[in-house]
Structure formats: structure tokens, C-alpha cells
Design a protein around this ligand. Structure first.
Ligand code: G6P
Length: 615
């Protein structure tokens, strides 16, 4: 949560920082601010609202001249979103200015102490406490900013990625990280700092990702000096060459990132299995898995952890792992798992799923599992993210940057990776016949084409959306592999249209939700060809006899459901275990169109953030 950007170099810093903030807005967008050093003074401007509101305010209020600037886009934790609580924050003297992503948990105690020493606070934030703590250390210990940051952070409990500078030392930016991401872009005589590399990708491909408990002093035209916050030891910078390109982080002609990302699914699913799925040779090769395959094969069970959409991908994986590889699976919300004293042994394998690779609850659950001796495998999208580094091994999804806050292509690529793992394990364990295994490989290769075909229903789905855009509630039903898809469909609608929606296993409807059904209630039923098809047909009849309105997702060529449903969306046929990769598509599109028609901010829905780095 929260995006941070900084620049120090030879160009005008404000345009770089502003553009960077726009790219990081997915991380939080309830307020924004910048601080620009003009050679004498720090010009500060901040506001409740979006980066676009900030840009307007800056235009009217401050000079933007200067080659050193920092900026912030916020997702509020301490203190409501308003102008005062927005970052950057000054220290009491006005010399230091800071931006922060994270939470200082012991800020209350620190604040009391500082108040006793005469500090005055204008905001409700933990960040203002931190900048004054740094100032207090500078004064009392007579040290420079870098040292003061280090001493102060050693008193802090919590998570942070910070950037701070001192107007009396305008050739220096000090940054530090624990728990929240921080990348430093290395250009020609210029440096960039940001929560991810997107703000500086057009300027440089070279970046250093700080590790937890590291800080860096960045000197204009000179160097980046990295130290461990705890013991002051110097760290040799590791400069990575980035694979990211500008096109990947722009909308490319689509109205929204979400729509672009929905349409990218055929190609990113292919990217995800490229070089891993060798159908003609009957092989699956997953680099991260090869050396650890026996751990999986001998595991007592697999525990899958994740949050939000990633948790839904875990639920799909539960079906496929148990069905094909015959390994018992439990799927847990990371946030519950970490606090419920779970029984974990060295014979458990934990799979952690996370698009961002930064989700705080998932990270904490991983640490817990590791401390109990479990082997932890990551399925992440963001290369080099904290979770990808914290796990013993793993496989990346190659979905490319996902910028729309509502996850789409991350979900289908996660399922793709998990399916590859399940098939590989099934073949090693001998729980699948040679014939079926090969059929799956071939069918998996056909998925991108079938997703492409499912996308052709876009206009039809839009007309369905038009009919139901004013509904107050939606019910989503699915069975077996498509029960998690029902959950995901409902989540998408909630997230971006703010319409209440519930996902349910179709057969459970009669134990409660059936009471909600009347002519006002659209029910989206996933009724594709499967072992449960007839049962789902009965569920549809139950709804119809209570005047419910059915929107059915059916397999091509279906005739039975077509006669009963009010609206039908066809998707291509595929083996049942692979259907989630296809049935998800119309549900993504339905929620997208409804949200657009309701004038919602599709890419940045209210109150949400893409990367949840707080508990
Ligand atoms: C947030 C996002 C969701 C995402 C969840 C888990 O809530 O808005 O789209 O599914 O976090 O994120 P992760 O990065 O761990 O997959």
C-alpha cells in the first residue's frame, strides 16, 4: 500500500516524480503529495484525492523547479485521508521531509516521548512521528541524516519503505526498507527511488532492490552506499537488469488496464507455460520444481496459502492436486493461518500464491511455515518480490505487470502454473495414466486459443451487463472446479462495481441463499460440461421455480441449459479440470462492463489497493 517515488539528478525532478506517482497509483490513491527542493527551499504540495488532483493543485500553488523531489500516493492506515495526513511530512524544524510506505507499530509510544521533548504534531500519522524521531536523533547525537535514520529505525517496530532528505544537504537522499518494497534506479548521473521499477523504466534498466533491514545513502552524481540497519555493515550493491518495458505498463489503446489485462490472457497464459509445457515430448519442466520434486511426492499434505484472488487460485488448485496427483490439500487464508497456531510439520509442503509477492499476511504465513520446518514453494508474478525471495523455491507466473487493482491475468496464470505442477506430480507419482497425461498437455496448449474465443463474447456480455447493471445483489453459483470461479466472479463484481455479490457452491444454495431468490436477483450459474452438469441443471430449475433470473455460462453446443436460462454465454469446451481457465473470462468481462456502466473507477476501486503490505 502507498507508492513512493524520489529523484535526484540533473533533470527537472517534478515531471519524473509525477509520472511515477501515476504509475504507482495502483498501490493507493486516497491522497497524494510531492516535495521539491528548488535550490533554497522545499516546496511542498499535498492533497486528498488522486494524483490528477495533486497535479492541478501543484500547478496553482507551488514552483515545480528543482532537481530533487519526492512524491507519495497514499492508502490510509493511520489517520483518515485528508490534506494534512497526506505525505510528504516535514519534521518540526522544516529541514527534513519524508515519504513512507508501511506502518510504524510503536508510533504511539514514540510520539508520547517526542511530545514530552517538545515536538508538535499536526497530522495523525505514524510517519510524522518517524521524521521527528530522526530529527531528534540528529540533534541529540549530533550525527548526519544517514546515521540518524539508522539509529531511529533501530527503535522502530513495524514495516517501512522510506525516502527522506535534509534541505541543508540537498545532494543526498536516504532510503530504507523493511517489509515494503523499494527499488533504486541507477541512471547516468541520476538516481530514482520507487516502490517498483515502473516510474523509472524509460530512464534506466538498471536497478537495485533493497533487501529488508537495509538502508542506502544516495549521493547526487556519485554513488549508492548500502548498509545493514542493524549492524552498520556495508552491503555490496547488486545491480539487476530489468526485463520490464514501457509498453507493458501503458494501456495500449484500451480504456482501462483491467480490460487490457483481460485481453492479454491468451498471450500471458502462453508465456507462463512456454518452455515448461512440452506437449510434443510429453514433458513438463519447471525449473523451481525439478530439485524438490521428492519433497512434494513424499509430502503428507500440501497447504496452499494466499489472499483474495490468489486464495481463489489456491482453491482451484486443491481440486486439481487432489484429483490428479492424489495429494491431500488444504487451502488457507494466509491471514487466518498465521494466527491460528496451525499444525505444520517438516513433512508438509506449503505453496504460497501471490501476484505482488508482497502481501503482508502471506509473507508472515510463509515465515511461520518455515519456522516449523515446512518446505515453502512460491507462485508469484513479480520477479524479485519479497515472497519470491523468502520461499525455498518457486515458479513465476509470467503475466507481466498487472496494474488494474482487480486481479485478472494473475489468476489465470496462477492456475496455469499450479496445473503444470499438479500434472508433473501426477506423472511422477503415477496417479495419472500416460494417455490422460498427454491429453492434458495437449489440452493445456489449446487454452490460449480457447480464451481468445471466449473473449469474442465481449459485446454480448456487455448487453447482459446493461440489463443487470442496476441490480443490488448478485449470486454466483458453481460446482467442483467452478465453485472457486463463482467466488472469483463475485469478488470481481464487488471490487469494481460495489454491487453486493456472493459466490456459493451450487448445491449449498438450498441451505440458505435460496431464501434470497426472487425476480430481482440475478444468478450467474456456471453450468459447463462436467461431472456435475445434471446436478447444476437441477439447481437452475430450483432457481427458476422461485422466479430467479439466470445468466448461465455454458459449453458450446449446450441445449438443455439454454432452454432454461434467461441469458446464456457460451465458452469453448475443455476438460473439466481446465474449465476455470475459460469460465473465468466472461465473469471478468461482466464485472468490467457493469462497473464501466456505473461510472466506477475500474482500475482503482475505492478503498482497495493492489499490494497489501499491511495486516
Ligand atoms: C489485494 C488485491 C487483490 C489480490 C490480493 C492478494 O486485495 O486487491 O486483487 O488478490 O490483494 O494479493 P497478492 O499480490 O498476494 O496476490
Amino acid at each position: 500500500m502507498c507508492g513512493i517515488v524520489g529523484y535526484i539528478g540533473h533533470r527537472e525532478a517534478y515531471p519524473v516524480v509525477l509520472k511515477g506517482l501515476q504509475r504507482l497509483e495502483y498501490r493507493g490513491y486516497d491522497s497524494a503529495g510531492v516535495a521539491i527542493f528548488d535550490g533554497n527551499e522545499i516546496n511542498l504540495c499535498k492533497t486528498k484525492g488522486k494524483v490528477a488532483d495533486l497535479a492541478l493543485k501543484v500547478k496553482n500553488e507551488i514552483s515545480t523547479h528543482g532537481t530533487l523531489a519526492i512524491g507519495h500516493t497514499r492508502w490510509a492506515t493511520h489517520g483518515i485521508p485528508n490534506d494534512i495526513n497526506s505525505h510528504p511530512h516535514f519534521s518540526n524544524s522544516g529541514n527534513l521531509v519524508i515519504i513512507h510506505n508501511g506502518i510504524i507499530e510503536n508510533y504511539g509510544t514514540l510520539k508520547k516521548e517526542l511530545i514530552k521533548r517538545g515536538y508538535i504534531f499536526t497530522s495523525d500519522t505514524d510517519t510524522e512521528v518517524l521524521v521527528n524521531l530522526i530529527e531528534d536523533v540528529m540533534k541529540n547525537e549530533k550525527v548526519k541524516l544517514g546515521k540518524a535514520v539508522q539509529i531511529a529505525l533501530n527503535q522502530v517496530v513495524g514495516a517501512y519503505a522510506i525516502v527522506v532528505f535534509d534541505k541543508n544537504k540537498p545532494n543526498e537522499l536516504v532510503v530504507a526498507k523493511l517489509g515494503s518494497p523499494l527499488a533504486i534506479g541507477i541512471g547516468e548521473d541520476e538516481f530514482f527511488v520507487a516502490s517498483d521499477a515502473s516510474p523509472f523504466i524509460e530512464f534506466t534498466n538498471n536497478a537495485i532492490y533493497l533487501e529488508d533491514e537495509e538502508m542506502a545513502v544516495i549521493r547526487r552524481n556519485k554513488e549508492v552506499k548500502i548498509r545493514k540497519i542493524k549492524d552498520d555493515s556495508l552491503v555490496e550493491p547488486y545491480i539487476q537488469e530489468l526485463q520490464l518495458n514501457l509498453e507493458q505498463i501503458e494501456k495500449g489503446g484500451f480504456d482501462h488496464f483491467m480490460l487490457k489485462e483481460i485481453y492479454e490472457q491468451p498471450s500471458v497464459i502462453k508465456d507462463t507455460y512456454r518452455g515448461r509445457l512440452l506437449a510434443d515430448q510429453g514433458l513438463i519442466k519447471l525449473g523451481g520444481l525439478e530439485d524438490h520434486i521428492q519433497k512434494f511426492v513424499n509430502a503428507d499434505r500440501i497447504i496452499i496459502i494466499g489472499c483474495g484472488t490468489s486464495w481463489h487460485a489456491g482453491l482451484v488448485a486443491e481440486y486439481i492436486f487432489e484429483d490428479l496427483a492424489r495429494i491431500p490439500v488444504e487451502v488457507e487464508y494466509a491471514s487466518e493461518f498465521r494466527y491460528r497456531n496451525p499444525i505444520i510439520t517438516e513433512k508438509d509442503v506449503v505453496i504460497a500464491i501471490s501476484q505482488s509477492g508482497e502481501t503482508a499476511d502471506t509473507l508472515a504465513a510463509i515465515k511461520l511455515a518455515k519456522s516449523k520446518g515446512a518446505f515453502v514453494y512460491g507462485v508469484c508474478n513479480v520477479v524479485g518480490s519479497t515472497i519470491s525471495r523468502e520461499t525455498h523455491s518457486g515458479s513465476y507466473t509470467h503475466a507481466g505487470p498487472e496494474i488494474g487493482v482487480a486481479s485478472t491475468k494473475a489468476f489465470t496464470t496462477q492456475i496455469t502454473v499450479l496445473t503444470l505442477i499438479a500434472l508433473k506430480l501426477a506423472s511422477v507419482k503415477g496417479t495419472i495414466s500416460y494417455r490422460d497425461y498427454n491429453i492434458y498437455l495437449q489440452e493445456l496448449e489449446l487454452i490460449p486459443e480457447k480464451v481468445e474465443k471466449a473473449l469474442l463474447s465481449n459485446e454480448h456480455i456487455k448487453t447482459v451487463g446493461e440489463v443487470f447493471k442496476n441490480a443490488r445483489n448478485f449470486l454466483y453459483l458453481g460446482r467442483g472446479y467452478n465453485f472457486p470461479v463463482a467466488l472469483e466472479g463475485a469478488l470481481k463484481l464487488k471490487e469494481i462495481s460495489y454491487i453486493h455479490a456472493e459466490g456459493y457452491p451450487a448445491a449449498e444454495m438450498k441451505h440458505g441463499p435460496i431464501a434470497l431468490i426472487d425476480e430481482e436477483m440475478p444468478v450467474v450459474v456456471i453450468a459447463v460440461n462436467s461431472n456435475h452438469y445434471d446436478k447444476v441443471v437441477s439447481n437452475i430449475q430450483e432457481i427458476k421455480s422461485r422466479k430467479g433470473v439466470i445468466i448461465a455460462i455454458v459449453s458450446e453446443g449446450d441445449t438443455t441449459v439454454k432452454e432454461m436460462a434467461d441469458y446464456v454465454i457460451e465458452v469453448p469446451n475443455t476438460p473439466e479440470s481446465l474449465t476455470p481457465l475459460i469460465t473465468t473470462i466472461p465473469l471478468q468481462l461482466l464485472s468490467y462492463h457493469i462497473a464501466v456502466m456505473l461510472n466506477r473507477n475500474v482500475d482503482q476501486p475505492r478503498n482497495l489497493a493492489k499490494s497489501v503490505t499491511v495486516e
